[in-house]
Structure formats: C-alpha cells, structure tokens
Design a protein around this ligand. Structure first.
Ligand code: ADP
Length: 263
C-alpha cells in the first residue's frame, strides 16, 4: 500500500488538516513485475538464436567454410535460427498490437467447416511426412459464423501446427466444429500426442511458457502461439480452453458467438 500525506494550508500558512491517500499498488506492482519478466524473456529468446548463429559463423570463419558438406550444414542451422527469430519478432509485434488495442476485428459471415477443410489441406504434406492422419468433423450444418477470417485462420494454424509438433508418428488429429448452447459455435483441435502435465496446464497460455523449452525451440516454436490464439479469441468475445492428458493427447477448443453484440 502506498500512503501519501498532503497537508491543507489555511490562512497564515497554518495547517488545518491533512489528506491521507491510501493506494493499493498490488495490481500496479504485479503489472510492473510481469512487464519486467516479459522484457527479460524477449531478450533471452533473441539472444539464444543469436548466440547459435554467431558460433556457427565463427566455425565457418575458422575453416569449416572450406569443407563443403560441413559448410552447408552450418549455413542451414544459421538460416533456421534466423527464420525462427523473424517468426518471434512477427509474433511479438502481433501481441503488442493486441496490447495497445490496435487490432481491429473485421468480421464476415464464414463457413467454418470449409475453413477447417482448408486448414487440413494446407498441412497435408507435413501430415503425410509425419504419418499423421487428419479428420474434419462437422456433424450438423452450421450457420455462418461472424469472424475475422485472417485472424481465426491464424488461431487454427497455430493449434494445428502445435498438434503436429507434439504428436508422434501414426497419430490422429481431429478438427471439429459444433453448435453449442448459448448461440455459440465451438471449434476444437484434438490430437493423440504427448499431452501436457497437469501442473503446466494452468500456465500454458502465458507468453513464452513451454513444457519443454529445448523441444519447442528445436521444433521452431516461439512459445507465443497459444498466447496469440487466446488474444484473437478474446477479441472475438470467445473463450479458449485446453484439456490434456500425458501420453494420451490434447484438445484445445474455443467458442465464437453467432450473434455479435451491437450489430
Ligand atoms: P510453441 O511455439 O512452443 O509451440 P505455444 O504457445 O504454441 O508455443 O505452446 C506453448 C507450449 O504448450 C508448447 O511449448 C508445448 O509445451 C505446449 N503445447 C502446446 N500445444 C500442445 C499440444 N497439442 N500437445 C502438447 N503440448 C502442447
């Protein structure tokens, strides 16, 4: 608690009273702490790929450049790390636009089942490579859902790439859209992957939170995919949920209202 005393002066500079302000600064301090943590995280996340790139460049300078195969591999690593850094900065810009409320949601009535099919098609090559099968399931015809196609596409993209990243070969991914109570549509991405331990589940939407940092980085992850997904769903007045069981799989679902207030 922050306490401030302000004396009240009357004639002849005599104090006739005091204003005491008690201010609860817990919230403020929490925000300040999370801001500091965020900056530390960003610096660390950028430093890691930069250090890797630097060491590979040095190895090239020290002679690896003359060994064709080695040089090829080292340049490949540096290039992958650069790409991950670009993704990281793009994700950060995206989040900062949400934080400063600069993101506009441009809704249009959308056939969500068709959208799921499109996403499944986009990943078909990657899925084939990993021998993961995908199913799109929309049991009943759905009314058009008012949503921002680019933004919801990004949510689906993030969720499906996670499902692929964390599902071993021969697994299955299911995309599902159903109408639920309260004039909402629920969209779910379910996998038969490694799952997430219970203790991590409550933190999983936090920026940079990962169950296994090394694994996420190796897979090219930024640790921001789920936080971006949550921001987008929130901007659509929806909710996002995650259920998971270790070694069984994960289901991330989100709701979208069929009626938009004020329209
Ligand atoms: P990342 O870029 O690391 O994938 P995300 O924000 O998308 O970042 O996800 C955060 C973390 O949540 C991941 O590092 C991973 O530990 C966990 N996670 C997300 N989706 C899944 C999933 N489908 N199966 C298992 N773990 C998952």
């Amino acid at each position: 608690v922050r306490v401030t005393f302000t004396p009240i002066y009357r004639r002849e500079r005599r104090i006739s009273g005091t204003i005491i302000v008690l201010q609860d600064v817990t919230e403020q301090e929490k925000m300040e702490r999370s801001r500091r943590e965020f900056v530390a995280n960003v610096s660390h996340e950028l430093r890691t790929p930069l250090t890797t790139i630097k060491s590979y460049l040095e190895a090239l300078q020290d002679g690896a450049i003359d060994e064709k195969e080695l040089a090829h591999r080292f340049v490949g690593v540096a290039s992958n790390e650069t790409e991950r850094m670009i993704r990281l900065v793009t994700d950060l810009l995206h989040l900062s636009r949400f934080d400063s409320k600069q993101t506009v949601v441009t809704r249009e009535p959308t056939d969500i089942a068709a959208m799921l099919e499109e996403v499944a098609d986009r990943f078909s090559f990657q899925l084939q490579q990993r021998r993961i099968s995908i199913q799109v399931y929309a049991p009943k015809p759905l009314p058009p859902v008012p949503l921002d196609p680019d933004q919801i596409d990004q949510v689906l993209d993030n969720l499906v790439s996670n499902a692929i990243k964390y599902t071993p070969e021969d697994g299955t991914i299911t995309l599902e859209a159903t109408q639920v109570e309260g004039g909402q549509v629920e969209v779910a991405v379910q996998d038969t992957g490694v799952g997430i331990p219970k203790k991590d589940l409550q933190h999983i939407f936090e920026r940079f939170y990962r169950v296994d940092k090394a694994r996420s980085r190796n897979m090219g992850g930024t640790g921001l995919g789920l936080s971006i997904a949550r921001e987008i769903v929130k901007a659509h007045n929806g909710f996002i949920y995650i259920e998971s069981e270790v070694n069984k799989g994960t289901r991330v679902s989100f709701t979208l209202p069929l009626e938009v207030e004020g329209e």
